[in-house]
Design a protein around this ligand. Structure first.
Ligand code: ZN
Length: 483
């Protein structure tokens, strides 16, 4: 227990001259409760954020909040998602955005997702977005039409390559899109909005050189990543569903304005399914994170703790699909419990004169797996091999010298708590008061046993069992755990 607390480092500041890594990840559109679909990208990029920090980098991690400009259809058609929710609930759009931003933060904190370095709001960066649109207009890759500004995809594609990120070809896209109905302000169906003129009933609007209106959805990420990370930065992340059109358009915007794209590496996490089906409101399998944590959904056999969900997500490689089912989550719950018990056991191992185990094995496997495209399932497999070894060390089948034991404790703490970002939820229940009280009672029980006062010894054990604390006698003392 003590060991967990000691190993949980929370270092914000690294040496001032550490190399800087810039990372931009597309955050949520805040118009509804955070759901399972939010958990995977957040945990994936949290793992990357934590690992880069552990490697000694200074990481500037920017994750935005979309509170304006994300429209219902194809991202730039229809009603604004937040404005619609505000209209239905008779609230101000910013009340909706603030409320769901806080809900998102609460859920992320529960999942052990660290707060990014900067969390900019789209609505707080309208000026930067207007300036960015103007730069694209100045370079000739956009046009003004009836107060809106559109990106000229065909012109851009003559000079650069539209579709390079998602592997699409413009000719195919042009063949597959609907005909313009003549009412449309766009010159071509593949063009997308950089700025939209607001209709009279549209509440969220700002003045611009072209009209009172609002920015297109893709514009915020180009403008805010450039503002905080510069014209070029290291990593741009998001879910695979954002690759097209969102990231493709973002890449085109940056390239049109600056002559090159922004990110050196694009990292996309794969999607998740529920019982083999895509999650969707119409399919009746839309599960919010609160429903997961409470078990309050017809598809859930039980509640799943935030750490069970985190562990479950980490058990799959971020580029594979991940299917949420009760069976799979229950297996993750058991696995996590076994891992946390081993961490606790590690704190009880007594050192020997020599080691029959090599701590380098775990260290090497951890670093190798993480360097291999963030292969968290391999890290977890290595940990489970060490769960077995830790139990053997505890039972005396293997031995470990004091300096190796010290290294092993630090290393397991680093991997489990600092990099995988797990928490010992059961251990947390045993707060600072419970642990010394249980230890005191068990010392009294040891004395009672030494005095052959079996009645008192059994009574202490049984009363502890009644409140959910299980005592297991061992040759050299006892173990206890909260059930
Ligand atoms: Zn984005």
């Amino acid at each position: 227990m003590l060991y967990n607390t000691l190993s949980r480092r929370k270092e914000l500041f690294v040496p001032i001259n550490a190399p800087l890594v810039g990372m931009y990840v597309c955050g949520p559109t805040v118009y509804g409760d955070p759901h399972l679909g939010h958990a995977r990208p957040a945990i994936t990029f949290d793992l990357l954020f934590r690992y880069l920090k552990w490697l000694g980098y200074k990481v500037r991690y920017v994750r935005n909040i979309t509170d304006v400009g994300h429209l219902e259809h194809d991202a730039d058609e229809g009603e604004d998602k937040i404005a619609k929710k505000a209209r239905l609930e008779k609230l101000e759009p910013m009340e909706v955005a603030h409320y769901y931003t806080e809900r998102y933060h609460d859920a992320m904190r529960a999942l052990g997702v660290l707060s990014p370095s900067i969390e900019p709001l789209a609505s707080g960066h309208i000026m930067e977005q207007i300036a960015f649109v103007q730069r694209i207009l100045d370079k000739g890759y956009a046009y003004v039409s009836n107060g809106s500004v559109y990106f000229d995809v065909e012109k851009y594609n003559r000079d650069y390559n539209y579709g390079v990120l998602s592997g699409r070809r413009l000719e195919d896209m042009l063949g597959g899109t609907r005909e313009l109905d003549g009412q449309d302000d766009k010159h071509s169906p593949v063009d997308f909005a950089l700025w939209k003129k607001a209709s009279p009933e549209h509440i969220m609007r700002w003045p611009s050189p072209w009209s009172d209106g609002f920015p297109g959805w893709h514009m915020e990420c180009s403008a805010m990543s450039t503002k905080y990370l510069g014209e070029q930065f290291d990593i741009h992340g998001g879910g695979m569903d954002l690759m097209f059109p969102h990231h493709e358009c973002e890449l085109a915007q940056n390239t049109a304005a600056d002559g090159h794209g922004s990110a050196k590496y694009w990292v996309h996490n794969n999607m998740m399914t529920i019982n083999g089906q895509k999650m969707g409101k119409s399919l009746g399998n839309f599960i919010t994170l609160e429903q997961m944590f409470t078990g309050n959904h017809p598809l859930l056999a039980q509640a799943y703790s935030p750490m069970t969900i985190r562990f479950f997500v980490l058990q799959a490689h971020y580029r594979s699909t991940l299917d949420f089912s009760n069976e799979a989550l229950q297996a993750a719950e058991k696995g996590l419990d076994r891992l946390m018990k081993a961490v606790e056991t590690l704190g009880k191992i007594k050192p020997a004169a020599t080691s029959t185990v090599s701590v380098d094995d775990l260290q090497d496997r951890f670093v190798e797996a993480m360097n291999d495209d963030l292969n968290s399932p391999l890290v977890i497999a290595a940990l489970f091999d060490w769960v077995r070894i830790i139990n053997q060390l505890h039972d005396g089948q293997q031995t470990i010298a004091a300096d190796d034991l010290d290294r092993l404790r630090k290393l397991v703490g680093t991997i489990v708590f600092d990099v995988l970002g797990l928490r010992d939820e059961k251990g947390e229940e045993a707060n600072d008061l419970v642990t010394p009280l249980v230890e005191m009672l068990l010392e009294m029980r040891t004395t009672a046993k030494a005095n052959k006062d079996w009645t008192t010894a059994d009574r202490i054990r049984d009363r502890l069992a009644e409140i959910g604390i299980r005592v297991k006698d061992r040759k050299d003392g006892y173990d206890w755990e909260i059930e």
